[in-house]
Structures are given as structure tokens and as C-alpha cells.
Design a protein. Structure first.
Length: 109
């Protein structure tokens, strides 16, 4: 889950995939975490004991675009795919960017 800024509510950027392209609803610091159990509207755990046995990590790559230009975004992701062809996040992001480029900004379902 993620939150941008201290006052905004949390959102879940990855409902079904390894990558997401979103327009940030707010400005500020980007807070990222995993959700285990119930959370309040800001993403703070209501069951902090649920995290006691968690181990491991997650990796996040954040790419910020000055303009929503999916031709440029798709080209960039195609270059990333050539360098790391087995990365599922790059593959998903490229698929989404290519779709948006072809459909003028619509999100694939």
C-alpha cells in the first residue's frame, strides 16, 4: 500500500499486477509498505502484532514522469525490458504503457 504526503489517505497501487502507472493525487513524500491486517484511513496498522513474524523485503522502483507522454514512457520501458527481459514488473508496465499509448491514455482492464 502507499500514501503520498502525511495528510492523504492510503491507496493500493498494485491490485492485480507487478507494476502500476498512476497520476499522483497529491504531492509530498511517498510512503510504501505491506498491509497485513486492518489499517486506519492513513495506512497505520490497527493490529501491529501481525507484523512481528514478518521477514524478507520488497523492492520498489519509482519512475517519475514530467509529462504523461506514453510514447516516451513505452520507449523507455522497452529499453528496460532489453536489459532485464525476465522482470515481470517491467513487462507489466510496458504492456500498460503500450496500451495507453495506443488508446490515448485509457487504462487496460
Amino acid at each position: 500500500m502507499a500514501r503520498i504526503g502525511k495528510e492523504a489517505g492510503y491507496f493500493q497501487p498494485l491490485f492485480y499486477a507487478n507494476a502500476a502507472t498512476i497520476n499522483a493525487p497529491y504531492s509530498g513524500y511517498l510512503y510504501l509498505g505491506i498491509r497485513e491486517g486492518r489499517v486506519d484511513e492513513y495506512g497505520r496498522s490497527l493490529t501491529p502484532g501481525y507484523y512481528d513474524d514478518d521477514t524478507g523485503y520488497f523492492r520498489v522502483d519509482v519512475v517519475v514522469w514530467k509529462e504523461e507522454d506514453f510514447v516516451e514512457i513505452a520507449d523507455f520501458l522497452e529499453e528496460m525490458k532489453e536489459k532485464d527481459p525476465e522482470n515481470p514488473a517491467i513487462m507489466h508496465a510496458l504492456k500498460e504503457a503500450t496500451y495507453r499509448k495506443d488508446k490515448k491514455g485509457d487504462v487496460p482492464k
